[in-house]
Write a protein that binds this ligand. Structure first.
Ligand SMILES: [Zn+2]
Length: 159
């Protein structure tokens, strides 16, 4: 296990590591606490003892080992974002109107889908800036295309 000097040296990065994985960094409550954080399993604390050795409680040792070895660790389950399709449709209608991005004809009801211009599978964000409304059929026809190709379809429809 690492020494106080090693922990102190990498502390900022370690706290970043913890926060990014759902743990909450807390203020130490006394001089013997080097680090305190809260995960879904409770509070973990790293104490230093009078010889500058460290005592690791809770998940702190697991988390530190994962940090130093580049291993997987999570302080809390990844939060799943609720699917806000209805909200997206409303926002897109307000922004773009009811026309299909590809054929420009009105979309309606079950035939109206939210299309991600950069596919989610290619790292496209689940954000309005990456979304348009499209017919179910137009959406699936264009599913495999790049953004440039998608825009070309639209330009073809405008002529
Ligand atoms: Zn269409």
């Amino acid at each position: 296990m690492s020494t106080l000097a090693q922990l102190t040296k990498r502390r900022a990065k370690f706290e970043e590591f913890l926060s990014a994985r759902g743990a909450q960094i807390m203020q130490p409550t006394n001089e013997w606490e080097v680090l305190r954080f809260k995960s879904s399993k409770g509070v973990s604390i790293v104490y230093r003892n009078s010889k500058d050795g460290l005592t690791w409680t809770g998940e702190s040792a697991d988390a530190w080992n994962a940090f130093t070895d580049n291993q997987h660790w999570r302080g809390a389950p990844a939060t799943k974002r609720p699917k806000n399709v209805e909200g997206h449709v409303r926002a897109l209608l307000a922004r773009d109107g009811e026309g299909c991005f590809y054929c420009l004809k009105p979309t309606d009801g079950d035939n109206r889908t939210v299309e991600h211009l950069v596919a989610r599978s290619h790292g496209g964000p689940n954000h309005l800036s990456n979304m348009v409304l499209a017919h179910r059929r137009c959406n699936s026809n264009a599913g495999h295309l790049s953004v440039m190709e998608k825009i070309r379809i639209r330009e073809g429809a405008t002529k």
